[in-house]
Each structure stands twice: as C-alpha cells, then as structure tokens.
Design a protein. Structure first.
Length: 151
C-alpha cells in the first residue's frame, strides 16, 4: 500500500470550502493520512499553489510531524510540529486567496522521511527543505483542491 492523504472536508480535485480560505475563517482544514511507511521518522506537509503568476506559491509548510499522529484537526497543529516560512513571510496557515475569477489549484503534499529533517520553525521550504529532504523521502502523497473567489 502507498501513503495516502485525504480530508473529510473536501474530496481530491474538488473545491475546498470557503471557511478554509481568506474568504472565511482562514483556518487549516482537517487532514488524515494512512499507510505511513514503517521506519518513517518524520512527516513534512506542504500546501502550494502551482498556478500563481510568479511561479509556485507556498501557502503552508509543517515540519517535525510525528508519523504516528494520523492527521491534523481543523485549525490545529500536532504536538512537536513547527511551521516553515510561507510566501506571506509567516509560519502559520495561509489559505487559498486567489484573485477573483478563475479557479486555481492548491496541492497538499505529505512526505514521509527516513530521518528527521532537522528543520526548525521559520525554515524556508524553498531554500532549506530541498537539502533537508535529500535522500530521506520514503514516500509521498498528494491531495489537490481548487478554489475560486466569487464563484
């Protein structure tokens, strides 16, 4: 079996409810995962917008997630997890907030690592993450959602 990532709030490739965006409460959605590989030492979670005009936009990154936790509750972080710096310059959730009009995709990526990443709060997903992941990724899973303002 392969690592899986899902949410009880939306299905893969469907629209994320507005409450998880800048048009709502802007809190992180509940997520769950299964089939974490044996020997995983840490999970890393990212939310990225590949459709942003300037290139992929990082909305959220979490490091140090305990592989045994099984998921995240709405708006909460698991014990021991730390936030990386997103493209808003913050370490917390930055929900979807595209310009009005066309829907954009948002991709959650969950990575299972064979060794701890060593990343601390505020680490950059762009600068620090590639080095921290090198040779450590056991498995990955993705969950894609869409969002359009004013639809």
């Amino acid at each position: 079996m392969a690592l899986t990532l899902s949410s009880p709030a939306f299905a893969d490739k469907e629209f994320i409810p507005a409450q998880y965006t800048c048009d709502g409460d802007n809190v992180s959605p509940p997520l769950s995962w299964s089939e974490v590989p044996e020997g995983a030492a840490e999970l890393v979670l990212l939310l990225e917008d590949p459709d942003a005009p300037g290139g992929t936009h990082v909305h959220w990154s979490l490091f140090g997630i305990d592989p045994s936790c099984g998921g995240l509750e709405e708006g909460k972080l698991p014990a021991g997890a730390v936030g990386g710096k997103n493209d808003y310059g913050r370490t917390d959730w930055g929900g979807p907030c595209p310009p009005f009009g066309k829907a954009r995709r948002y991709i959650f990526t969950l990575l299972a690592l064979s060794e701890p990443s060593g990343l601390a709060e505020g680490a950059s997903p762009r600068k620090d993450l590639p080095y921290a992941l090198s040779g450590k990724v056991l498995a990955q899973a993705q969950l894609t959602c869409k969002y359009a303002r004013g639809r």
